[in-house]
Ligand binder design. Structure first.
Ligand SMILES: NC(=O)c1ccc[n+]([C@@H]2O[C@H](COP(=O)([O-])OP(=O)(O)OC[C@H]3O[C@@H](n4cnc5c(N)ncnc54)[C@H](OP(=O)(O)O)[C@@H]3O)[C@@H](O)[C@H]2O)c1
Length: 329
């Protein structure tokens, strides 16, 4: 049994990870904000620590004496580059400083990053060190800066960086518009919809994090992971169609239509002061032909393998949307 402090445990990936680690018998404390959705954590009676990054001084004493710290908190959408840097880079930097000031430091720090720290047109090595990464988006830049700020921890503990690709599963809402479009019978796709990318089912990522927690401490390393398949928007839409039992009608749109949509979306988000993931800046990532990261290094080091195919993962996800009344049967 490990004593674990988690950030981001109220979010999509964090809630699945917290549930799994709790069910495996670990003693978890979860950092949450006053506005966080905590029902999943409360259901399992996971102790909550109230606080917000980057203000680590408010919860520093809860970090004392932990075996492992899992840092999942981040924003995946923001209104400006400054906001991304504040929530992702400054938060991580302050967390690192606070950990270094502890009397009893943890043995491990597990940092959830993203493959978006990387420019896939420059290198095929998705596990390259952050110093060599050239992110395309403000989000990627802030996560790369966060990775760089972990450096001082490495003299004191194992620092493992996990870079997931596109995640999906129960409690995710980013894939939902695509699922809705398939159900409604009209799915716009970018050109031929053949740009390739990796994906991973959220519970498999939670399993990977649990594997990192439970493995003996080792050298600090960077890992990617995926479900072992290569996907495209066309193949994902077709798979959703199979699960729903409805063949999707794919409408090929030229890239300027996506640029226009992203521009309008971004303006609307700014006017409402509510960030949205689909922006002109995000398009720089979406334009790339190939975001295939693999999971071989993780499999070699820790024997972790993905266990959920896209079909199974989508079945679980759609079942969840139906159960909460967001999708008709
Ligand atoms: N989803 C993906 O496809 C994907 C892909 C690759 C990597 N990732 C990475 O995976 C991690 C989790 O992503 P997610 O999709 O689960 O995001 P999410 O659902 O938006 O969850 C983000 C979590 O971070 C917390 N958080 C954000 N800013 C915070 C702050 N200033 N102080 C304290 N807590 C803060 C949120 O708290 P509240 O509940 O209070 O908002 C929430 O618990 C992130 O590090 C992300 O970069 C995600």
């Amino acid at each position: 049994m490990m004593k674990i402090f988690m950030t981001g445990a109220s979010g999509f990936l964090g809630s699945h990870t917290a549930e799994l680690l709790h069910d495996k018998g670990h003693e978890i404390q979860a950092l949450v904000r006053a506005t966080s959705q905590t029902e999943h954590l409360k259901k399992r009676k996971i102790p909550l620590v109230l606080g917000a990054l980057p203000h680590c001084e408010n919860f520093a004493k809860s970090l004392e004496g932990q075996d492992v710290i899992i840092h999942i908190a981040a924003v995946v959408k923001a209104l400006s580059q400054k906001d991304f840097l504040y929530h992702n880079h400054l938060s991580t930097q302050n967390l690192v400083k606070t950990i270094l000031s502890l009397k009893k430091k943890p043995q491990k720090f597990i940092h959830i990053s993203t493959i978006a720290v990387h420019d896939p047109s420059q290198s095929k090595d998705f596990c390259q060190p952050p110093e060599q990464c050239q992110p395309l988006s403000h989000y990627g830049e802030s996560k790369m800066q966060a990775e760089r700020s972990l450096e001082p921890l490495k003299d004191e503990m194992t620092v493992t960086i996990l870079r997931p690709p596109v995640l999906y599963g129960e409690r995710d809402w980013e894939l939902f518009p695509l699922i809705q479009s398939v159900q409604k019978g009209l799915t716009p796709i970018w050109g031929k919809g053949d740009k390739q990318f990796s994906m991973c089912y959220v519970k498999d990522v939670a399993e990977a994090i649990a594997t990192l927690v439970e493995s003996p401490s080792c050298d600090s390393e960077i890992f990617c992971l995926d479900d072992g398949a290569e996907h495209s928007w066309r193949s994902v839409a077709l798979e959703i169609g199979k699960v729903i039992g409805k063949e999707p009608r794919l409408i090929a749109l030229p890239s300027f239509a996506f640029t226009l949509a992203a521009g309008l979306n971004q303006t609307w988000a700014q006017l409402r002061r509510r960030p949205h993931v689909f922006t002109l800046n995000k398009l720089k990532e979406m334009k790339q032909a190939r975001w295939i990261c693999g999971h071989q290094k993780l499999a070699n080091h820790f024997k972790w393998e993905p266990s959920t195919s896209l079909k199974e993962g989508l079945q679980n996800t759609l079942e969840y949307y139906r159960a909460i009344g967001k999708l008709s049967a």
